[in-house]
Every structure is written in structure tokens, then in C-alpha cells.
Design a protein around this ligand. Structure first.
Ligand SMILES: C[S@@+](CC[C@H](N)C(=O)[O-])C[C@H]1O[C@@H](n2cnc3c(N)ncnc32)[C@H](O)[C@@H]1O
Length: 315
């Protein structure tokens, strides 16, 4: 049987499902399903807000007894290890049986079990009728340090959406250059910076620019923020992410939104457009081709949602 090397487990609430799927499509060339995805592509779990764990598969079988023999044959030695059981979608194994399997798997590993500070966490799980054993890499929440940024704004985008936007925009290509075209306090820029991308931002509002610069400096990142109307930007970028103004604080008419999209279109090959109102007709009128779309709820708690369009240049 052909097998991929990594099993990813996702975590999100219902309102984020569409965004998580769209992000996985750009990270893995395939959408996750039931919060699971098996792939040959290796990515750090914390590169996405929605990836909970990655299992680096060592052995697998549709027969549990065969899997146990395979693990024994690997002659694994580890002087500080722990075994966990991952309960995945569709796995009905009872708690007592899971404990038994953790124990049986642990007995296949030479060395010393260490519950509280293991050097390696191994895991066993069952998915689609196949048993898997491997090394478990948990997503850490270090990226959430941006929660404590010194400046924020009521219409800032959430960090998890910002992180997904950066992944969708770049497809993990570290050479990709990015413009945060209506950067506000720089939420998207921070996620691009921590992921190591060359990003610049612009905003028409001087206060927003001051705040974005303060946030970027706070984390010792280097990224330029231009106080500029998007129409006056002339550098070329691979992708522009445009979180359009949407409320009383930074309202924009349909004409202004069209003007922002058209201006970004001139200086970027791809656009990611985010807007509370449905502006798909405005986007199409500018001549940009919409290639993907999803809608995401704000923090998963309110009915407020944001529309996200992935767009390419036509012709
Ligand atoms: C929804 S907010 C962006 C929020 C931002 N993503 C954040 O997380 O802080 C929209 C921003 O677009 C800016 N803006 C409006 N018209 C603009 C234009 N023509 N060029 C550049 N920025 C513009 C506003 O000043 C506002 O800060």
C-alpha cells in the first residue's frame, strides 16, 4: 500500500471550517476533511492557526496486531518517551481499550517512559480502517504572542484569519513578496513577518500607519509601512492582501472599494480581497478573475462574517 508520510489533525470551530479548508488547499494542494488530512507535504503545525497536530508516520497497517509487530521490528529506543492515543474522526474505540493500546504500544519501545516531560511523544490512531503509529508534533501557541501587540483597532482582522490569509496568499513560497494594502494596525503584516515573508504595508490613515509601525517594532520585525493611498503605490508585489474598510470608522463607498481593488490589481499578480459586504460584482467589474472564495465568522462568536476572495490577473 502506498502511504503518505504525515497525518495532520485540525482544530477550529464551525464558523472557521471554510477558511481552514481553503487554507489547507493552498498549503497541501488538497482540502482537509473531517479535520484530517494525510499528505507528503511537511509543514510545521504552528504555521497554521488550524493545525493541531502532525503525526510523522513510522508504521501503519489495517491490522492492529501487524502494526504492533512492525513497531517491535523498528527496535526503537528512547530514554524519555510517552505514548498518546489520538481519537480521530470515526474512531469509536472505547477509553479502556485506548489505554490498553497505549500500554501495548509503549511496551514495543525500549527505554524509559516519561509522562510529564517526554523528549518524544509517540502516538497511535485509527483512521479510515488503518492503524497508524508515529511521532506526534503538537502545534504550539507561540504565534499567539501577537495578541499582546501594543496597538489594536476595533476593525482589525483576527490573528487566525490573518495567518490563514498569509498562507493562502503565499502557498508557503518563502520567496513571495506581499503587500498588506489597507494595513490598519498591521495584523496581517505581523503574521507575514513571523512566518519570514518580505511584506510591506500601506494605509491612507496616518494614525493607522503609526500604530502599525509601533506593532512591527515591538516584535523587532523589519517591514516598511507607507502612509499612502493604494493608488499612489508603485512597487510591484507577488500578492496584495486587501482588508477593505467596512464600518463607520473606516467606511468606503462602492466606488472607493472598486478604486482600491483596481489600484492593487496594477501592482500585484494575485489579490486576496476581504470584505464584510458581498462585493463580488464590484470585483468582477474591475476585470479581476475570482478563483476561490470562502466566508468566515468573526472569532466564531458573532453572526458578523467576512468574505474572502482569491483573485488572479486575467490574460
Ligand atoms: C478594515 S481596515 C484594515 C484593518 C487591518 N487589516 C488590521 O487588522 O488592522 C481598512 C483600512 O483601510 C484603510 N484605507 C481606506 N482607504 C484606503 C486607501 N485608498 N488606500 C489605503 N488604505 C486605505 C483604512 O484607513 C483602514 O485602516
Amino acid at each position: 500500500m502506498q502511504i503518505s508520510h504525515y497525518l495532520y489533525q485540525f482544530r477550529y470551530d464551525d464558523s472557521e471550517r471554510a477558511l481552514s479548508r481553503l487554507e489547507s488547499k493552498y498549503l497541501f494542494n488538497r482540502e482537509e476533511k473531517n479535520k484530517l488530512l494525510i499528505s507528503d507535504i511537511k509543514t510545521e503545525p504552528s504555521s497554521s492557526a488550524f493545525i493541531k497536530n502532525r503525526l510523522d508516520i513510522i508504521a501503519f497497517s489495517d491490522d492492529y496486531a501487524v502494526l504492533i509487530d512492525e513497531i517491535k521490528n523498528k527496535k526503537i529506543f528512547d530514554d524519555r518517551y510517552k505514548v498518546e492515543y489520538l481519537v480521530l474522526h470515526g474512531d469509536k474505540t472505547e477509553y479502556a481499550e485506548r489505554l490498553k493500546k497505549i500500554n501495548e504500544t509503549g511496551c514495543c519501545i525500549d527505554g524509559v517512559a516519561e509522562y510529564y516531560s517526554p523528549a518524544t511523544i509517540y502516538a497511535i490512531c485509527r483512521f479510515d480502517g488503518i492503524w497508524y503509529f508515529g511521532i506526534l508534533i503538537k502545534g504550539h501557541l507561540l504565534w499567539q504572542k501577537h495578541k499582546n501587540k501594543p496597538r489594536s483597532c476595533s476593525n482589525s482582522i483576527s490573528m487566525s484569519i490573518a495567518k490563514a490569509l498569509v498562507n493562502i496568499a503565499t502557498r508557503s513560497n518563502k520567496a513571495c513578496t506581499l503587500l498588506d494594502a489597507c494595513c490598519g494596525v498591521g495584523t496581517i503584516m505581523l503574521e507575514a513577518c513571523v512566518a519570514g515573508y518580505a511584506v510591506e504595508g500601506c494605509d491612507i490613515n496616518w494614525k493607522m500607519c503609526v500604530d502599525a509601525r509601533k506593532n512591527i517594532a515591538h516584535y523587532n520585525y523589519t517591514a516598511k509601512v507607507y502612509r499612502s493611498d493604494i493608488k499612489d503605490m508603485d512597487t510591484q508585489y507577488d500578492v496584495a492582501i486587501i482588508d477593505l474598510p467596512y464600518n463607520l470608522f473606516s467606511n468606503a463607498s462602492e466606488t472607493e472599494m472598486a478604486h482600491i481593488v483596481e489600484s492593487a490589481y496594477k501592482i500585484a499578480d494575485r489579490l486576496l480581497i476581504i470584505s464584510a459586504p458581498d462585493i463580488s460584482a464590484i470585483i468582477r467589474n474591475t476585470g479581476v478573475r475570482i478563483t476561490d472564495y470562502c466566508s468566515v465568522g468573526k472569532n466564531g462568536k458573532t453572526t458578523f462574517s467576512r468574505n474572502i476572495w482569491v483573485c488572479e490577473k486575467t490574460g
